[in-house]
Ligand binder design. Sequence first.
Ligand SMILES: [Zn+2]
Length: 167
Amino acid sequence: MAQTEYFSINVIPIIERAWKKIYPAIYYDARERGVSLPKVIPVRSIIEDGKSVISKYNSRTETIEVSTSHLRSFIVDLLRKEGVNAYFYAVDALAMVLAHEVYHHFQNKEGLHEELKRLLPTEKFVERYVEAELEADYYAIDLAKSSRINVDYDEIKYYWENLKEWK
Ligand SMILES: [Zn+2]
């Protein structure tokens, strides 16, 4: 039964709903910056440093990859804990993940990739890399706080962190 339940979860509509949720805000921001928006590509899994991650921005193809297996197992666990509310939390947490990756796209369009390459292999590279990650997180947090995502911001932030760390 649990197995059947697991495989019957279709995460594609959840990805689409999360994207729709942030779309008006990111569309506006992209226009302000004079850049295009990235495309979202569902992939089976994304492994970074030997562990599963929910998403990844590819600066070469300008796409955001979302791991369907990672998202699916996160939702299975969330359903057990939150019941029907799991889908709402999953959409909002994923919306924040997508907002984080969209910001990486903005950074890329503003030359971060080249900047990082120039800094290699100095300590400044790590500093700038960490800073860029924080900037992307702040962007996602701002988006959530401006109530486009959820009224209960702290709760969503909790699920967002969980979704990123989920193994
Ligand atoms: Zn990032």
